[in-house]
Every structure is written in structure tokens, then in C-alpha cells.
Design a protein around this ligand. Structure first.
Ligand code: SF4
Length: 341
């Protein structure tokens, strides 16, 4: 395995220090982008239930002075979050019910989620877990054993999906320990890591992390959550390249978000930019109806109309599958086009 050498200036930046100095209030975010502070009271109220968190590398991808920046919209608390809308609930995917033991969400056959960390490096306003009760899922390293025992006791599990929060919030030594323990469970063949951390703090992709992932005998894929082509800046591409060269499978899933990426040209650009960076787009999710997120939603018929145009403009391998997740179903539901489009 070959790890590409990075410049000394880049190497010196520590992802935890970057996270520690992240922006944590609407006032700070407005000031950093040289924007007038509008609707401050409502934004502060929204942030009091789901805090604002924006690390500096993500801030840098936004356009100063643009209140409609698609990345800003993903992270700036909004008065709409305070509006109760019928049909929007705190747990639309029934995850609390599938939380079979602390740290484990088991919804699908043959695979399960291990909630490796409860925090994230960015708080996305549309997050489907923004109301998830992490109280019983905040595991110490010692308590991981209970979750790992659950995996060990079910020989039908061939894939473990590290989720959270964001599993890359674990420090390298903790992640090493977890990878090793999962690697010792004979029926687990694949490990999937769902993360947005490399998008918001690319420096999280340390050489140590890449070496550990590539050294595992498990078949490992990293699923990035990238919603807009502006998220794929030069720093991100620089950090993702060694991961790609180390043979880690890189996939992406996006959420279709009103005011962020619900345009054909944006989604075409996103798929093409992902592929240029060595990442395959595989899911385009309809928004989960979570309380406080209705302003990001796109009605299904509008999503389908958009998807038909995407289908006409992209080769099949760059066309993500349009899906919705529903409580109680054994997998994602495909949203299908009719034959006459
Ligand atoms: S990174 Fe994922 S889990 Fe974390 S806030 Fe964003 S959408 Fe939610």
C-alpha cells in the first residue's frame, strides 16, 4: 500500500484542534461570512435544541456574503425548524424500536448499525437523528463488549455498519481497537463506515487511519455523505486521494434537499465531481420526515421529475438510486420512474 506524501503544512493541522475551534453560534457564523445577522432570536432558539456546529474547513467552502449559499443552508439554524408540521415526527424511521441493545440498531437482515460515536463534527439541520436519544448509546470502550457480543451471537450478520453520530469522531486508537474486535468475529466479512467528517474536516483522514483501514482483512467501504459539489474542494480531494489509492471502496449518498441541491445541474455536477474524486454516487435519499426539517423537503412527484432529467443526462454508473427509508421495512424503498417518461 502506498500513502501519498502530503505537504508539511497540511500534516501539521490536527483534526481535533480544528474541531475544538469550530463555530458554535449563529452570530459567529454570520460574522465569519460577512453577513447581516437576520432572525437571530429564532435561530438562537433553534440552536438551543440542536446546536450549531461548523468547523473551519467547511466554512471555507462557503461563499462570503451569500445568504443563500447551499452549504450555509445545511448548517444555519432557521426559524422554520420551530414550526410543528403534521407528518413530521422525532423518530420517522422507528430507530428507537430497532435499538435492540445499547450501541446497536438492527433493522435489516444480515447487517446492523453499530453506533460507534454519538457526536458529529458538523450539525446538519436536516439530520434524521437530530432527536435520537443517545442516552443509552453513549458507550465507553469497556461497554463496547455488549454491542460486540450481540454481533458475535448472530451468525447471520455479515456486515457491520459503523454509524453514530459520526464514527470517525473516535480517535485513532479507539477505532483501531474496534476494528480489531470486529475483525475477530468470523462471520463478519464487510465493514461499512458512514461518515461526513472527511467532508467537513478532511484532516481527519490521517495516515494512521488510512493504514489501519487498508491493513484490515475486512472488506471496507467508506460511505461519504456529500450533498453539493461545492463540498468537494481541493483540500478534500487532496485528503481523499490516499484513501482511494489504498484500495478502500468509496461511495456516496446524498439527501435531496430543497434550496441546497434540488436542481438538475447541481446533481449532475455532483455525480461527475464525485466520480472525478474516485467516489461512486449510490443513493439519493428523499428527506426523512423529521420534526424541524420540513423546509428541506421536496414532494415525491417533484423529486421524480428531477430524477427523470438526471436519468437523461447521466450515464447509468453515475446515476444514484432514488430511495426513501421507511420504518419497519427490511431495506430502502426504491422510488421508481414509470416506463413512459
Ligand atoms: S453528520 Fe450525519 S449524523 Fe451528524 S448531524 Fe450531519 S446528518 Fe446528522
Amino acid at each position: 500500500m502506498r500513502i501519498i506524501a502530503r505537504s508539511a503544512a497540511i500534516e501539521q493541522q490536527d483534526w481535533q484542534q480544528i474541531l475544538a475551534s469550530a463555530i458554535r453560534s449563529p452570530e459567529q457564523l454570520f460574522a465569519a461570512l460577512r453577513l447581516p445577522a437576520t432572525d437571530l432570536s429564532a435561530r438562537q432558539q433553534a440552536a438551543s435544541t440542536f446546536p450549531l456546529l461548523v468547523p473551519e474547513p467547511y466554512l471555507r467552502k462557503m461563499e462570503p456574503g451569500n445568504p443563500d449559499d447551499p452549504l450555509l443552508r445545511q448548517v444555519m439554524p432557521d426559524a422554520e425548524e420551530l414550526v410543528a408540521m403534521p407528518g413530521y415526527v422525532t423518530d420517522p424511521l422507528g430507530e428507537q424500536q430497532a435499538n435492540v441493545t445499547p450501541g446497536i440498531v438492527h433493522k435489516y437482515n444480515g447487517r446492523l448499525l453499530l453506533l460507534a460515536a454519538t457526536g458529529c463534527a458538523v450539525n446538519c439541520r436536516y439530520c434524521f437523528r437530530r432527536h435520537f436519544d443517545y442516552t443509552d448509546n453513549r458507550l465507553s470502550r469497556r461497554q463496547w463488549q455488549t454491542a460486540l457480543d450481540y454481533v458475535r451471537d448472530d451468525p447471520s450478520i455479515s456486515e457491520v455498519i459503523l454509524s453514530g453520530g459520526d464514527p470517525l469522531m473516535l480517535k485513532d486508537d479507539a477505532l483501531d481497537e474496534l476494528l480489531e474486535a470486529i475483525g475477530h468475529i468470523s462471520h463478519v466479512r464487510r465493514l461499512r463506515i458512514h461518515t461526513r467528517l472527511p467532508v467537513v474536516i478532511p484532516q481527519r483522514l490521517t495516515d494512521h487511519l488510512i493504514q489501519q483501514l487498508s491493513a484490515s482483512h475486512l472488506s471496507i467501504s467508506l460511505v461519504l455523505h456529500i450533498n453539493h459539489p461545492n463540498e468537494l474542494d481541493a483540500l478534500f480531494r487532496q485528503y481523499i486521494q490516499p484513501l482511494r489509492q489504498a484500495g478502500i471502496t468509496l461511495l456516496n449518498q446524498s439527501v435531496l434537499l430543497n434550496g441546497v441541491n434540488n436542481r438538475v445541474d447541481t446533481l449532475v455536477n455532483l455525480s461527475q465531481s464525485l466520480f472525478d474524486a474516485g467516489i461512486l454516487p449510490y443513493y439519493l435519499h428523499l428527506l426523512d420526515p423529521v420534526t424541524g426539517t420540513h423546509h428541506f423537503d421536496n414532494p415525491e412527484q417533484e423529486a421524480l421529475a428531477l430524477y427523470r432529467q438526471l436519468h437523461q443526462q447521466l450515464p447509468g454508473y453515475l446515476l444514484p438510486r432514488l430511495v426513501r427509508e421507511e420504518a419497519g421495512k427490511a431495506g430502502k424503498s426504491l422510488i421508481l420512474m414509470d416506463d413512459n417518461f
